[in-house]
Design a protein around this ligand. Structure first.
Ligand code: SER
Length: 587
């Protein structure tokens, strides 16, 4: 069964069970400075798992694009990818363990027709924070899973979340398909990475809120958060041993083989091919996101840069000496544009940015590799050397480490960090500040800045007399807002002043901020701004600020503009081709 069909069956199955189909959110978490990318389907739903009512109701289902940078070193093994699609269904304080497990079992065995004898499950063993999950175990037994295929595991394995530092989380029960290969040892069990047991689905019972390290409170409501890895499940359905063998990877892999003229890769070459395949998908989706990011040395931009540069380096080791990622990106776009329209819309941007980054890096790659070779004669790379490779040759530290690993030498990472900090004192201070805001940080400061962001968005349209200006990105910390928008030149001083004055004028007018629940059509009719695409009939929250600004938004917002104080723009700069960035504060 192909991935397209799997997605369709999943959405239909849960729709039948009264779930509303919602759209995939952006890969860049909005208003969550503690995590760089959306790592799971539940991530954009955090406020609703915490108790805020969702406009679509309390049963949801979707396919969410995700990136897990933590898995970057595992890329290439049978089951790990950085970019993947997650099928998920949620109960927001509605059904709980019994229904979730029943439906998981029904979908796996009746719809996908997996043999129940090949299914193993894990459940939470219990500890000081939460009891042993006997309810889930009993449920599995009642469905016919024998005791010997039910594994009780600790928090490391059977507790999921929070996605950031704090937030909703809970014990989980995971489902594995036995691939029938020989166990790697007598201790081999679900959760072992050897490839015998393939994890396909995770049902998380989110009834806890992690408030600080080691501190859990009960949430207002009991939620279910499930996540099924699309590529992994498809691999099992297609009788493949790795995710890289499924149909959506084949055209990319074939193209790499063609470009490198390697038809029968050895193990090392196979790994390079898989790394490029994974990273080009991730890069295409990051660049193609509605809140698109460009390669840089900061945050998401740095991860994107690592993906691209690592791919170029692995391409070179396969003998590909010319720019090739844009060719592969075109294949990725073609494969996914139907489900992710933004990829097609941002196609030129994706291609241009990939080519630009290639040009930048290829200039120094050859020289950098020679430099590395010379350095490695001392059998180690010092911090200063690693920093030189970073600063002068554009080698991300992780690339130097990867090269060193291949030649069996060590890199002084701490030395690098010291060197880096010396040069980046300012950005370090910035990073610390950024990490102060927690996941789903709804502090007074960030709430105010959310409202200020709406006003800024409107002020730009008014002052620049361009009604088609819209949000390309937003990031809020307790200290400042950052707003990206489409505009193709620098703003003049007097324009910035006018924008500030407009916002401060609204603050002085003491206007009410009102929340309403409307259908997308009603919202559009009333001229609401909105970054995300919604389906016909979807209900959304719309915030209006005294008839001056109207936006589709999840909130939260303050009640009256008078709470905002004084708005000041700190910086205006370019963010990407045709995109400007403003940083502003409230004083
Ligand atoms: N959040 C859980 C996971 O990512 C289930 O969706 O595995």
């Amino acid at each position: 069964m192909q991935t397209k069909q799997l997605k369709k069956l999943y959405l239909e199955f849960f729709k039948e069970k009264q779930h509303k189909i919602i759209n995939s959110s952006s890969l860049i978490p909005e208003h969550d400075p503690t995590v760089l990318f959306t790592t799971a389907g539940m991530h954009p739903l955090v406020p609703f798992l915490m108790g805020q009512p969702h406009p679509q109701g309390n049963r949801l289902v979707d396919v969410q694009k995700c990136i897990r940078t933590g898995d970057i070193d595992a890329v290439g093994d049978p089951s790990h990818l950085t970019f993947f699609e997650m099928l998920g269904n949620w109960s927001l304080g509605d059904y709980f363990k019994k229904e979730a497990i029943d439906w998981s079992y029904e979908f796996l065995t009746k719809i996908l027709k997996f043999n129940p004898d090949d299914l193993s499950v894990t459940v939470f063993k219990g500890d000081k924070d939460a009891p042993k999950d006997t309810e889930s175990a009993e449920k599995w037994k009642s469905l016919g899973i024998p005791e010997e295929r039910i594994y009780y595991l600790p928090k490391e394995d059977n507790w999921w979340g929070p996605a950031g530092k704090t937030g909703p989380c809970g014990p989980c029960t995971e489902m594995f398909i036995d691939t029938k290969i020989k166990p790697c040892s007598k201790d081999c069990r679900p959760g072992c990475g050897c490839g015998k047991y393939f994890e396909v689905w995770n049902d998380v019972f989110m009834e806890y809120n992690k408030v600080a390290e080691g501190q859990f409170e009960k949430l207002k409501q009991k939620n279910v958060d499930t996540g099924m890895g699309l590529e992994r499940t498809a691999a099992m359905l297609q009788g493949k041993k790795t995710v890289y063998d499924i149909e959506i990877f084949t055209p990319i892999i074939e193209k790499i083989k063609e470009l490198s003229q390697i038809q029968n890769p050895n193990q090392e070459q196979e790994l390079s091919i898989r790394i490029i395949t994974d990273h080009v998908r991730a890069s295409t989706f990051i660049l193609g996101d509605n809140l698109g990011i460009t390669p840089s040395n900061l945050d998401q931009g740095y991860i994107l840069r690592r993906f691209i540069r690592r791919s170029i380096r692995h391409g070179k080791s396969l003998g590909i000496e010319k720019e090739f990622l844009s060719e592969l990106a075109k294949i990725v776009i073609k494969l996914h544009k139907e489900d992710y329209k933004e990829l097609d819309r941002n196609k030129d941007f994706i291609i241009t940015e990939l080519k630009k980054e290639d040009e930048k890096f290829r200039k120094t790659l050859e020289k950098g590799l020679h430099k590395f070779e010379r350095m490695s004669q001392n059998k180690k790379i010092s911090g200063t050397e690693a920093f030189l490779l970073f600063q002068s040759y554009g080698f991300p530290l992780e690339m130097t480490e990867e090269l060193a690993k291949e030649t069996n030498i060590k890199v002084d990472k701490e030395g690098f960090e010291k060197e880096f900090k010396k040069h980046q004192e300012l950005s370090r201070v910035g990073a610390e500040k950024r990490f102060k805001g927690g996941l789903g940080d709804h502090s007074e400061e960030t709430t105010k800045l959310h409202t200020a962001t709406h006003l800024l968005n409107q002020a730009l349209r008014v002052v620049l007399k361009k009604p088609d200006i819209f949000q390309r990105g937003s990031n809020i910390t307790p200290e400042r807002l950052r707003f990206d928008f489409n505009f193709d030149r620098k703003l003049e001083k007097d324009e910035l002043k006018k924008v500030e004055d407009w916002v401060n004028g609204i603050i002085k007018e003491e206007l009410e901020v009102k929340r309403e629940e409307l259908t997308v059509e009603e919202a559009k009719k009333r001229g609401a701004q909105g970054v995300f695409e919604h389906k016909y009939g979807d209900k959304v929250f719309v915030y209006t600020i005294g008839g001056k600004s109207i936006e589709i938004c999840g909130g939260p917002h303050i009640k009256n503009t008078k709470e905002l104080g004084h708005f000041r723009i700190k910086k205006e700069q370019s963010s990407a081709a045709g995109v400007r960035r403003i940083k502003a504060v409230l004083e």
